[in-house]
Design a protein around this ligand. Structure first.
Ligand code: MRU
Length: 367
C-alpha cells in the first residue's frame, strides 16, 4: 500500500539478497523507520517485541527467519533450533506455526546444499501468497459493503474495526481492511470507526496511520465507545481480523473483540471476521478451552507512550505505584456471535460444516 506516494509491503528482501527488511511498527505513527533482519535472532526479536505483528505478518517473518537461519547453517539441527526459537516468540497467532511447518516440510527432504536457496524462495512465495489471499478476502468482502451502500443511497457506510488487521498486520492489503480499501477505491463512501485498542494502541497508532495514508475517512474512538455507537445506529457493520480461528468458527482476536461482538449481537449489527485460511487451526474445535491466550508484560498496561509537544517520544506511567496490572492480549469470540467469516474463498458461515466445505484439503491434511 502507499506511504507518501510510494508502494510498500511490510517485509521484503534487502538489496544484498540475504538480509530482510521490515517496517518497524513500534515506531509508528510518529516515525517511519525500516529495520534490517540479518539473522534468525533478529527475526525472533522482531516478532517477540512486535516490530512486526499481526498474524499473517508474524507468519511471513517466521518464514524469512527460517531462510535467514538456513543461509547461515542449513543442517537439520540448525533448522530445528531456528524453528524452536521462532515458535517460542508469540503463542496465539497460528500463522506462526503454520509458516514454520510449511518451511520445515519444504526444506527437510532437500540436500543441505539446496536448502538456503529454496528457503528464501519459499519465504518469498509465502509473502506473495499472503498478498493474493488478502486480495481475495477483499473481493469476497466487497459485496457486503456494496449491499449496505445500496441500502442507504447517498449515505456513508460506517464500519467499526478493532486493533490493526490492516496491511501492516499482513504483507499487503490487510484482512479486515482489504474490503474497505476496495470499497474506497470503488468510490463507495466508507468511514471507519477505529478502536484505539489498549493497551498497545494498534488501532490508534497503526490502523489510523495506514487508513490516513490511503485517504480512507476514519475516526479513532476509545475502546468502550463501540456499544454506544451501535445503539445509535452509527455502525453498519463490524469487521475484525483474527489470530486463530478454530475448525468450528470460534474466533480468537485482540482483547476486546468479544465485547464488540456482544454489543453487535445486542444491536443487530453484522459482525464479520476477515481471515486468510492459514489462520484456521483445523486441529482445534473449542476456542475458549484450547486456544492459548498470550499474557504480556504489565508494563504495556501501566505505561503509555506518545509524542510530546516538542516532538520527543515519551513514555509515562498511568497507574499508581504498587497497583497490580494484568495484560491478556487476546480473547475468544464464540462462533455463535460471528455473522460470517470473510475468506479468500468467499464469505462462510462460522461453523464446522461451512469451513470444512470451503477448505477440504486443509481438513484432510489435519486428519
Ligand atoms: O498483538 P497483535 O498486534 O499481533 O494482534 C493483532 C491482531 O489481533 C489482529 O487483529 C490479527 O492478528 C489479525 S491481522 C490481519
Amino acid at each position: 500500500m502507499q506511504v507518501d506516494g510510494k508502494a510498500f509491503r511490510t517485509i521484503w528482501l534487502a538489496a544484498d539478497g540475504r538480509a530482510v527488511e521490515i517496517i518497524d511498527q513500534t515506531k509508528l505513527p510518529h516515525r517511519f523507520e525500516i529495520a534490517p533482519l540479518k539473522n534468525v535472532d533478529d527475526a525472533a526479536h522482531a516478532i517477540k517485541e512486535m516490530l512486526v505483528r499481526g498474524a499473517p505478518l508474524i507468519g511471513a517473518t517466521a518464514a524469512y527467519g527460517m531462510a535467514l537461519a538456513a543461509g547461515e547453517d542449513a543442517s537439520d539441527a540448525a533448522l530445528s533450533s531456528a524453528y524452536d526459537k521462532l515458535h517460542a516468540t508469540r503463542p496465539t497467532a497460528i500463522n506462526l506455526r503454520w509458516a514454520l511447518e510449511e518451511m520445515m516440510r519444504t526444506l527437510s527432504p532437500l540436500p543441505q546444499a539446496e536448502r538456503a536457496a529454496r528457503a528464501y524462495a519459499r519465504a518469498a512465495e509465502i509473502a506473495d501468497e499472503d498478498v493474493e489471499i488478502n486480495r481475495g478476502i477483499g473481493r469476497s468482502g466487497l459485496p457486503l459493503i456494496e449491499k449496505i451502500a445500496a441500502e442507504k443511497p447517498g449515505e456513508t457506510v460506517n464500519i467499526l474495526t478493532h486493533c490493526n488487521a490492516g496491511w501492516l498486520a499482513t504483507v499487503d492489503w490487510g484482512t479486515a481492511t482489504a474490503p474497505i480499501y476496495m470499497a474506497h477505491e470503488a468510490g463507495i463512501d466508507v468511514h471507519v470507526w477505529v478502536d484505539e485498542t489498549r493497551p498497545r494502541n494498534q488501532g490508534a497508532s497503526l490502523t489510523a496511520w495506514e487508513l490516513g495514508h490511503h485517504g480512507v475517512p476514519h475516526t479513532v474512538i476509545a475502546d468502550n465507545t463501540g456499544g454506544h455507537l451501535m445503539q445509535h445506529g452509527l455502525v453498519d457493520m463490524v469487521i475484525t481480523g483474527t489470530d486463530r480461528t478454530t475448525a468450528s468458527g470460534d474466533v480468537c482476536n485482540k482483547i476486546g473483540t468479544y465485547l464488540k461482538a456482544l454489543a453487535a449481537a445486542d444491536n443487530n449489527v453484522p459482525f464479520y471476521v476477515a481471515l486468510p485460511s492459514p489462520t484456521i487451526d483445523f486441529s482445534l474445535h473449542d476456542g475458549l478451552r484450547d486456544i492459548p491466550i498470550e499474557e504480556r508484560t504489565g508494563e504495556e498496561v501501566a505505561m503509555i507512550a506518545g509524542r510530546a509537544a516538542d516532538g520527543r517520544i515519551e513514555t509515562v506511567q498511568l497507574v499508581p505505584d504498587g497497583s497490580k496490572v494484568a495484560n491478556y492480549a487476546f480473547d475468544v469470540t464464540p462462533a455463535r456471535l460471528v455473522t460470517g467469516l470473510i475468506t479468500e474463498r468467499g464469505v462462510l458461515a462460522a461453523n464446522a460444516e461451512a469451513i470444512a466445505a470451503a477448505f477440504p484439503e486443509r481438513v484432510q491434511a489435519a486428519a
